[in-house]
Design a protein. Structure first.
Lengths: 95, 167
């Protein structure tokens, strides 16, 4: 692991302290967990906004596509496919 | 009828236990990268997909990598999605995909697209499963596919025979 220096706001330090006490983990571990959660949230948000494909989301989160689908289902993240696209989808079956 | 599948729709149908029935009605074609994406872990859906490939129900083809590179660059989509789109473009057949960036690319390139929920409706319309079972499958598909309420409501209506499906 590498070491870096960061300037944090008082509120952010309070949050790390609070989480550290709650989870009985050291501050570094808690900060790393928060970064992971933040990364996951941002990637899911980008997927939800249609900026990231499902496979790209899976890669960013180091998951298989199947696991990414399970994660999105678990969090109840709505698919970005809209009703117009759904209606257009029927045209593929027309002969 | 032939159709290219992206891993998103393929996995959704496998998780909803509809892929076997879909493969009996449609000749499913996937590029190598989609096979790799689907089989990367030893999950139930991976085993099902590999079994269907083994039984020749799903055909695996090689995509033109030059075309794949251009599609990835132009539409910022991933390798599996770009390979599926490249095969659909070359063969001039529809693409089954539950991924918005790839659907957007399909619209621009004039490639017909469809999603997992359309297969459930089609299979039911053709009498392959009854309405009661179709609604159970819809529940499963809505969990994994996470379609919006308007789509789910419309699909439920079609599955109950409330609106004629134009297929």
């Amino acid at each position: 692991m590498s070491v870096i220096s960061l300037r944090l706001k008082d509120r952010e330090i309070e949050r790390i302290n609070e989480l550290s006490k709650m989870s009985h983990k050291d501050k570094s571990a808690v900060a790393r967990e928060l970064i992971d959660y933040g990364w996951e949230f941002l990637m899911i948000k980008q997927y939800r906004e249609g900026k990231l494909s499902l496979s790209a989301l899976a890669e960013k989160l180091e998951l298989s596509v199947s696991e990414a689908i399970d994660l999105l289902s678990e969090f109840g993240v709505e698919s970005p496919i809209d009703y117009d696209d759904y209606l257009k989808g029927f045209e593929a079956f027309k002969k | 009828m032939e159709m290219v599948f992206d891993s998103s729709t393929m996995i959704l149908l496998a998780k909803s236990e509809l892929l076997g029935i879909a493969s009996e009605n449609i000749h499913i074609i996937i590029p190598e990268m989609v096979k790799a994406e689907c089989a990367v872990k030893n999950t139930f859906d991976a085993k099902l997909i590999l079994a269907l490939i083994g039984n020749k129900k799903i055909e695996v083809v090689t995509a033109n990598q030059k075309a794949v590179g251009a599609l990835r660059r132009d539409f910022k989509i991933h390798a599996g999605e770009a390979e599926s789109l490249a095969v659909a473009l070359k063969k001039q057949i529809p693409l089954a995909v539950d991924d918005l960036p790839t659907i957007k690319a399909c619209k621009i390139l004039n490639v017909k697209f469809t999603t997992a929920i359309h297969f459930l409706i089609t299979i039911t319309e053709k009498g392959r499963i009854d309405s009661e079972m179709a609604l159970v499958k819809l529940e499963k598909l809505s969990f994994y596919g996470r379609y919006n309420k308007r789509i789910i409501d419309d699909a439920a209506k079609r599955l109950k025979g409330g609106k004629e499906c134009r297929l």
